[in-house]
Design a protein around this ligand. Sequence first.
Ligand SMILES: [Zn+2]
Length: 91
Amino acid sequence: MSARIIEGYKLYKDNAVIVEHYEPDHVIFKVKNKKNTDYYLVSMMYGYWNCDCADYQYRNQRQPGSFFCKHLEAAQFKLLDLLNNSDKEGD
Ligand SMILES: [Zn+2]
């Protein structure tokens, strides 16, 4: 398993992920950086993911769609929470 999935999971468990905006086709997350002084912005629009960290910008440019940074992984764990919660509301 990718180390970034583990790091992303830790960010998620540490409540470092904040949901800024949520619609089925457009989600924006803020993921705290290590020093908790700033955020990275992770967005999903019509299934297309983006993060504004240097890691993602550099690697995704080389091979578009092939790379998820730890912030993006963290955001996906958080998205699972949102989906689980919206299931409950539907009951
Ligand atoms: Zn990132």
